[in-house]
Design a binder for this molecule. Structure first.
Ligand code: P5A
Length: 456
């Protein structure tokens, strides 16, 4: 696993800023919101707008890193567009009025109408039409990860339904519908891999295009009782995994086959649910549940390229509008979704792929020479291997240290105390199962290194 460029890599808790709350925050209605506040990951600035404190920021950056890696594996190009956009582009597409009060409108000092982008179809289409004129430059998929603003009627559940939120949004440009459908399938496959790396099962489901447009769209849903969407599916879809299959993202057939595999079982959100089709699913596999939408992909053809004049020479002397789609991942929402899917009554349980620190070190007797030296040596060995430990070196009771580790949810904890050290051992504990084993310090380091080896 590559260390993120932002955020500290390893840390001594006495020097960290981890404002863990003792009290249960009353404003939080769902567990992920409560734990993010309690673990000192976020602080509300105003309704639906949050500051990301060091621990929350570190997880956000881990998730962002996975999204970047998987986008680039699929051949998509990273870039960055601004948060503020001119109103003219939205007037051109016709969406300036359609978007209604969800759009935050701003006037600059010259009286020009601006807006805080809720999405970027117009801006990217403008970039495309300014620079691309020939089919030879296609296919092209550009993406960025940038803050968005939607003035939601009911911002709630913390980062889950924010007003300001972090989104990966990508846009494909293709000469034909066929090529654009390959881009659609390629996104579906890369999204499956992205969510799996985060320890999530996210199910693609037929959905509704909403203000983005087009009726060819799938949402990715993580099943959770607290989810805002009602979903209907064949339980067979939950058995599918991509695992470590090799995928050639340029292969139309391979991407199509994976798309077919995932979309064969019935799976729809309530917007497109069709009872007549649902009853054809064998009764014992029919499920109605709730889900959190962590992503959505769209094919909308020439909706934007037609009205905004994004055309290319097709090589036969015609100027044709490009076929487009857009594809989004709710990067900040994912933190909430992961916690909803992975926690217990003591706190968060991070999947190894997104954990802020790879393991915690708890010193049971701070200022005991031998215990301090053993912890320092573990800390150095782990960091030398590129692992990122969080060492609780505070002068606190064991109970308080365990409580903090359980709340912030690091998957592995090494506990060091004088009694174990007399026998040459430390204790390695799994946050998920609660199981512990005693082993010599260097074996604990080697075991943690092995666990993270496959998680690149
Ligand atoms: C696709 C990318 C779009 O905006 N245009 C560009 C398309 N799609 S979307 O479904 O509307 O949003 C993409 C993902 O963003 C997350 N999301 C949110 N996260 C937190 N708070 C919000 N208020 C919010 N709104 C959308 C979702 O995960 C969604 O799938």
């Amino acid at each position: 696993m590559e260390p993120t460029i932002y955020g500290v890599t390893h840390m001594r808790l006495s020097r960290y800023f981890l404002p863990v709350l003792k009290e249960t925050p009353r404003e939080a209605q769902i567990v992920s919101h409560r734990y993010m506040l309690q673990a000192g990951m976020i602080k509300q600035a105003s309704a639906g707008i949050y500051s990301w404190l060091p621990l929350g920021f570190k997880v956000l950056k881990r998730i962002e890193q996975i999204v970047h890696e998987e986008q680039q594996r699929a051949g998509h190009l990273p870039m960055l567009m601004p948060t503020l956009q001119p109103a003219e582009l939205w007037q051109e597409s016709g969406r300036y009025n359609d978007y209604g009060r969800e759009m935050l409108r701003i006037e600059d000092r010259h009286g020009r109408d601006m807006l805080y982008g809720p999405t970027n179809e117009e801006l990217i289409t403008d970039i495309f039409r300014s620079h691309v004129g020939s089919y030879k430059e296609l296919p092209l998929t550009l993406y960025h990860i940038q803050w968005k603003f939607r003035d939601e009627v009911r911002p709630r559940f913390g980062v889950m339904r924010g007003r300001e939120f972090f989104m990966k949004d990508g846009y494909n440009f293709d000469l034909t519908k066929e090529d654009a459908l390959h881009a659609y399938n390629r996104h579906l496959v890369s999204y499956l891999r992205t969510y799996e790396r985060m320890g999530l099962k996210a199910i693609p489901m037929r959905a509704d295009g909403g203000p983005i447009g087009g009726d060819y769209t799938h949402e990715f849903l993580v099943l959770a009782e607290t989810g805002e969407s009602e979903v209907f599916y064949d339980s067979a879809v939950t058995d599918l995994t991509l695992g470590d299959r090799e995928v050639d993202y340029d292969s139309v057939a391979q991407c199509q086959a994976i798309f077919d595999e995932w979309t064969a079982p019935y799976a729809r959100t309530d917007e497109t649910h069709d009872d007549a089709l649902f009853v054809e699913v064998p009764e014992e596999r029919r499920r109605t549940a709730r889900g959190i939408e962590v992503g959505q992909i769209f094919y909308f053809g020439t909706k934007y390229s037609d009205v905004m004049g994004a055309t290319v020479d097709d090589g036969k002397g015609n100027k044709v509008p490009v076929h487009m789609g857009s594809h989004g991942i709710g990067v900040s929402r994912l933190l909430g979704a992961i916690i909803e899917a992975s926690h217990d009554d003591k706190g968060i349980i991070w999947p190894e792929g997104v954990t802020p620190f790879h393991c915690g070190i708890v010193n049971l007797k701070q200022s005991d020479d031998e215990a301090d030296a053993a912890c320092e040596s573990l800390y150095d060995s782990l960091t030398a291997l590129g692992l990122e430990p969080l060492y609780d070196d505070r002068d606190e009771r064991a109970g308080a240290k365990f409580g903090t580790m359980d709340m912030i949810g690091l998957p592995w904890r090494i506990t060091v105390g004088p009694r174990g050290l007399k026998n040459g051992v430390v204790e390695l504990t799994s946050r998920r199962t609660g199981e512990s084993e005693e082993l010599p310090p260097q074996e604990a380091v080697a075991k943690i290194a092995r666990i993270y080896e496959g998680i690149a």
